[in-house]
Write a protein of this length. Structure first.
Length: 252
């Protein structure tokens, strides 16, 4: 009943369209929570997505500047692109369009502005893909893993989780919002450690980014790979600078 209440609310708010696949079970909802949980072993806590340099340089120094930085990344940078890749992978999995899915996975792998971003996505996705295949086996993920290995293409979290969410029957609007929330939460946790912020400050930051998460997800549903692009240049520059930063806690 709790899951259906969430779906009904999201329909009312216009987050889920009335004709969208929304019959997913409590088990599917539980698994989505597992895949996006801090307990899921991807090593996401090791990465700051360039935020560490932004703090070092003084561009991010309090809760307000952290929210501004992440809001821009979500709406105009990496977050927006990740949402598009996630939704495109979800659609391919729903239609069992494997040739296009491989093309999406290949494009997602190379769509990284810096070597650290490539490392960040590849290592998290590799760990996540291995865990998913072992704990929640799925034939499409097995095919994807084999195809990427043969093509020497690195996996990405957006594609891996987009496929697995589709295979579990989770509506794309629910799955993509949850994915972006996880994306933001990981970076807020990095900000809590770096600035530093208190735990309440971290939660206030996540709450302040709710609108950006919902808007980015909704816009990505109307987009295709032709709409990929970034105007959040400072995020890429921060990552480049982080590669040679003298003192570092994070790998990106």
């Amino acid at each position: 009943m709790a899951v259906m209440a969430i779906i009904t609310t999201m329909k009312t708010l216009g987050i889920i369209m009335s004709d969208e696949r929304c019959d997913f079970s409590p088990l599917a909802f539980l698994r989505l929570q597992s895949w996006l949980s801090p307990a899921f072993p991807t090593g996401s806590y090791s990465y700051s997505h360039g935020l560490e340099w932004a703090v070092e340089a003084g561009h991010v120094h309090d809760r307000e500047s952290l929210v501004d930085w992440l809001d821009a990344d979500l709406r105009y940078g990496s977050g927006r692109n990740e949402a598009i890749f996630f939704i495109e992978a979800w659609r391919c999995a729903i239609k069992d369009n494997r040739p296009k899915l491989f093309q999406i996975a290949e494009l997602a792998a190379v769509y990284r502005g810096t070597s650290e971003f490539a490392l960040e996505t590849a290592q998290q996705a590799t760990a996540g893909l291995a865990t998913l295949r072992q704990v929640w086996p799925d034939c499409v993920l097995d095919w994807l893993s084999s195809s990427l290995r043969e093509g020497r293409v690195q996996p990405t979290p957006a594609v891996v989780l987009g496929v697995r969410s589709a295979r579990q029957g989770i509506p794309v609007a629910v799955a993509s919002v949850a994915y972006l929330h996880n994306y933001v939460a990981n970076l807020v946790i990095a900000g809590v450690r770096l600035i530093p912020l208190g735990q309440v400050g971290g939660q206030l930051s996540i709450a302040a980014l709710e609108d950006a998460i919902l808007v980015t997800s909704a816009q990505a549903e109307e987009a295709t790979i032709d709409d990929l692009g970034s105007a959040a240049f400072m995020v890429d520059l921060a990552s480049m600078a982080h590669e040679t930063q003298y003192t570092r806690l994070f790998r990106s």
